[in-house]
Design a protein around this ligand. Structure first.
Ligand code: HEC
Length: 112
């Protein structure tokens, strides 16, 4: 379910986050699992969660000052390897455009 056409649905995004991403990520500040906390990830620099041991690939992205803009997050979630080559996020990507828009809407809401 992705709600009305054109309107991203943060509720479905929350459901997707809890069923897919929460296995490795928390949205709470400073709470790292296999992956870093995604607290306020929207609009923030990549690879900068305090206390998380990123891969060399992510440290490189941070050094290149990659920012999690809507465009970059969308590309990353569609195909994580396409944005940060060699990263260790063991997730192939969310190919469904409507689901990805919903997930982005949830991440944006949680970053405000
Ligand atoms: C199997 C575990 C796993 C799953 C599932 C997973 N991730 Fe990740 N994620 C990681 C790891 C590990 C990293 C850090 C990668 C590195 O250091 O190379 C990461 C990094 C990230 C980053 C970059 C964070 C930063 O601080 O720059 C974002 C954004 C992200 N994941 C979003 C998601 C979203 C949204 C989902 C659900 C669609 C998801 N991930 C699913 C493990 C996972």
């Amino acid at each position: 379910m992705s709600g009305q056409a054109g309107a991203a649905d943060a509720e479905n995004g929350e459901y997707l986050f809890k069923t897919i991403c929460a296995a490795c990520h928390s949205i709470e500040p400073d709470s790292h699992r296999t992956g870093p906390s995604l607290h306020k990830i929207w609009g923030h620099p990549a690879g900068k969660a305090e206390g998380f041991d990123y891969s060399a690939a992510f440290k490189g992205a941070a050094a290149d000052e990659l920012i999690w803009t809507e465009e970059n997050l969308d590309k990353f979630l569609r195909r994580p390897r396409s944005v940060v080559k060699g990263n260790k996020m063991a997730y192939l990507g969310l190919r469904d455009d409507a689901d990805r828009a919903d997930l982005l809407a949830y991440l944006k809401r949680m970053s405000q």
